[in-house]
Design a protein around this ligand. Structure first.
Ligand code: PGA
Length: 243
């Protein structure tokens, strides 16, 4: 069985104190109640403090992005070695905002996958189609291309998150039927690519306390990547409990 994960993607939100406050409230709750591993992904400037606070807790920490080179003239970027220094265990790679707002290509995402795994950080590879791609019947084609390039020659541990772009931050989650169908096609593409059945496949896109239990019940859903609802500790915890 794949492991289950409940991942908070805070994006460019929370200052250091707000992140700490969130962590402390979450950590004071019963974290044996859910069945998934919690991963908090704060901004770079909060990584050291949240990792420090999370030692001896059930909560893990991830970064939201990373560069694919070790070092060099890449103003504003952070390398995997720097994430190693901060002792993060996970990193989100290829989030739709990275792809569509910052122009990341499948090739760049692939390089980031290799670089993270080589340096002992577990990547969470995000894939997903835009609305026009779904409406023109190209969802499977888009996902296949993202997986084929992103996972080419990638060996080691990673997580995949299916996040339809049109569902992110819109309040309009994919329906359970869509997730059933799309996760099944992703699983079959993964089988063709010789990816182990143990690789976890998360869903992301407007996950909320209201839709979490229905989405969690879908076959092949091994957890959630949560944006907006991860900024409120009670909402996040309620999703975690439903997973
Ligand atoms: P959302 O974001 O939950 O606000 O839709 C999900 C994500 O961007 O990972």
């Amino acid at each position: 069985m794949p492991n289950k994960y409940c991942v908070a993607n805070w994006k460019m939100n929370f200052n250091g104190q707000q992140g700490q406050d969130f962590f402390e409230v979450l950590n004071s709750k019963d974290l044996n109640k859910g069945q998934s591993q919690i991963i908090l992904c704060p901004s770079y400037t909060s990584l050291f403090s949240i990792v420090g606070a999370s030692k001896n807790s059930a909560i893990s920490v991830g970064a939201q992005n990373v560069h694919y080179e070790d070092s060099g003239a890449f103003t504003g970027e952070i390398s995997v070695k720097m994430l190693n220094e901060a002792s993060v265990e996970f990193v989100i790679i290829g989030h739709s905002e990275r792809r569509h707002v910052f122009g990341e290509t499948d090739e760049m995402i692939h390089a980031k996958m290799l670089q993270s795994i080589q340096n002992g950080i577990t990547p969470i590879l995000c894939i997903g189609e835009r609305l026009d791609e779904r409406e023109s019947g190209n969802t499977d084609k888009v996902l296949r291309a993202q997986l084929e390039v992103g996972l080419s020659d990638v060996k080691g541990e990673y997580i995949i998150a299916y996040e339809p772009v049109w569902a992110i931050g819109t309040g309009q989650s994919a329906t359970s039927e869509m997730v059933v169908e799309t996760h099944a096609s992703i699983r079959s593409i993964l089988t063709e690519l010789n990816v182990s059945e143990k690789v976890s496949l998360l869903y992301g896109g407007s996950v909320s306390p209201q839709n979490a239990s229905a989405l969690a019940a879908v076959e092949n859903v091994d957890g959630f990547l949560i944006g907006g609802a991860s900024l409120d500790v009670d909402r996040f915890y309620s999703i975690y409990v439903n997973l």
